[in-house]
Design a protein around this ligand. Structure first.
Ligand code: NAD
Length: 475
């Protein structure tokens, strides 16, 4: 077990003020694998002031110098891939091999990519008699969740630092070990003091300081819609820019002319990644009512391959959920679905045969569009199948939640699928299982959030515009 006694403020590990610690559980064994300090409001403020003091120096460095620091962090992460993958496999529960690829490989690539994005960016442009200049917005407070913890941290901090911002990170209190390893890597990369700061702790204590402090110019938040609304409310008092990446209830629409075997298999994979603890998971499968029985048979075959087991075992395809709370919440949803008359196609609320770990059986339920499970984000290995009568109804059901983050459309023709995709109010749609693109904008419509992450789109979120009006030169 590792006890982390400090926060990272102004380029140093600073011993925590309070003796209170937060336990981090290995989700496969339920053992406490680490503790982090419960940060105080004063510690959060100290970090904000350090970031403020560092801002002018960092933002005025040549872009090339900042880009070189980012590349050092990417190299440091690459060198510590094994440590990082192991920590995330234990604290989040994603099987180790997958964790290495998705939870560590992706973020390492983004650190390097943001060095390139900053170098290739058009920082100023002549428009009529103005020079339009892009500048870093200032001090950014970053608040992140536990499900893809290093990715979510990286997609805020790497572009913010590349843009010239300084940052204070409050990582998830449930999976903070990866953030501590990243802070060690950033420290070794030798960034100037105050450019990157990390304060562990609870959202209502440390997070709320970041959302309210007048010296924070922007808050970038990823997490639940509930906490995102609270952060927005608080941030409005000092008119901060707020970027929100929130929940989802994404639909995979299988059209009548699709390859059903591929579509059902693809949807189940897009639902079950990280045991369904993925904000953009395809958690609603919309199918023609006339093909429901065929879909059920295909779904039963496909789900049988998702073997559950501890995250460090080679044979596990699905790990446990992150915590006892999350497991109980998901089981509660399965029970509600069954009480409302769901057709149990696979799985259910019975405990799987593991002595330890926060496991839930991968579950598929046939439901009606008006049921609770058609609306609520479950955040577990639960897919709902909703039959529709015609394409009009399929689009209406796809658009019938408060969310709009991801989704998919399956059809025998990409054109047909794209026509339907354009009618869905959501930030990303995979056409016939088109793979994830790390350069494409990621973010939500409706209550799935504001703003976009990844690629140049995520970078521009951290910039201001300034117009310098020049006196026209006399002819
Ligand atoms: P959460 O909202 O409980 O916590 C997220 C972060 O917010 C944590 O660091 C937490 O400490 C902090 N927080 C909580 N209350 C706060 C407050 N009052 N003020 C400031 N900060 C506060 O979410 P979670 O359980 O960690 O993550 C799961 C949720 O995140 C799901 O709803 C999921 O859909 C969403 N999510 C969205 C995306 C996306 O990109 N859209 C990505 C991953 C997760």
């Amino acid at each position: 077990m590792t006890n982390y006694p400090s926060h990272y403020i102004n380029g140093q590990w600073v011993a925590a003020q309070s003796a209170e610690t937060l336990p981090v559980h290995d989700s496969s064994t339920e053992e406490i694998m680490a503790t982090v300090p419960a940060g105080t409001a004063q510690e959060a403020e100290r970090a904000v002031l350090a970031a403020r003091a560092a801002f002018e120096g960092w933002s005025s460095l040549p872009v090339e110098t900042r880009a070189a620091y980012l590349e050092k962090v990417a190299a440091g992460l690459k060198a510590r891939t094994d440590d990082m993958a192991l920590a995330i496999a234990r604290e989040v529960g994603m099987p180790l091999k997958m964790s290495r690829m998705v939870q560590v490989g992706g973020p390492t690539w983004h650190w390097g990519n943001y060095a390139k994005v900053a170098r290739n960016f058009e920082w100023e442009k002549k428009v009529g008699n103005s020079l339009v200049v892009r500048e870093a917005i200032g001090v950014v407070g970053c608040i992140t969740p536990w499900n893809f913890p290093l990715s979510q941290i990286t997609l805020k901090i790497a572009p913010a630092l590349a843009a010239g911002c300084t940052v204070v990170l409050k990582p998830s209190e449930i999976a903070p070990v990866n953030a501590m390893i990243l802070a060690e890597i950033i420290h070794e990369a030798g960034l100037p003091p105050g450019v990157f700061n990390l304060v562990n702790g609870m959202g209502p204590v440390v997070g709320e300081v970041l959302a309210t402090h007048p010296e924070v110019d922007m808050v970038s938040f990823t997490g639940s819609t509930r906490a995102g609304k609270r952060v927005s409310e608080l941030a409005s008092q000092s008119v901060k820019r707020v970027a929100l990446e929130l929940g989802g209830k994404s639909a995979s629409v299988i059209l009548d002319d699709a390859d059903f075997e591929a579509a059902v298999k693809g949807t189940i994979s897009a639902c079950m990644l990280n045991s369904g603890q993925t904000c953009s998971a395809h958690t609603r499968m919309l199918v023609p009512a006339s093909r429901y029985e065929e879909v059920k048979a295909l779904a039963k075959t496909a789900i049988a391959k998702f073997s559950i087991g501890p995250s460090l075992e080679e044979s596990s395809r699905l790990g446990p959920l992150v915590s006892a709370n999350q497991r109980d919440r998901v089981l509660g949803f399965i029970r509600t679905g069954i009480a409302e008359g769901a057709d149990v196609i696979a799985g259910g609320a019975e405990a799987p045969p593991m002595a330890k770990g926060y496991f839930v059986q991968p579950t598929i339920l046939g439901i009606k569009p008006t049921d609770t499970l058609a609306q609520e984000e479950i955040f577990g290995p639960v897919l709902v199948v909703i039959p529709y009568q015609d394409e009009e109804e399929a689009v209406a059901i796809a658009n019938s939640t408060i969310y709009g983050l991801g989704g998919g459309v399956w059809s025998g023709s990409d054109e047909h699928a794209m026509k339907v995709a354009r009618r869905i109010r959501t930030g990303q749609v995979d056409i016939n299982g088109g793979p994830f693109n790390a350069q494409a904008p990621f973010g939500g419509y409706k209550q799935s959030g504001n703003g976009r992450e990844a690629g140049v789109y995520g970078f521009e979120e951290f910039l201001e515009f300034k117009s310098l009006q020049l006196k026209p030169v006399a002819a």
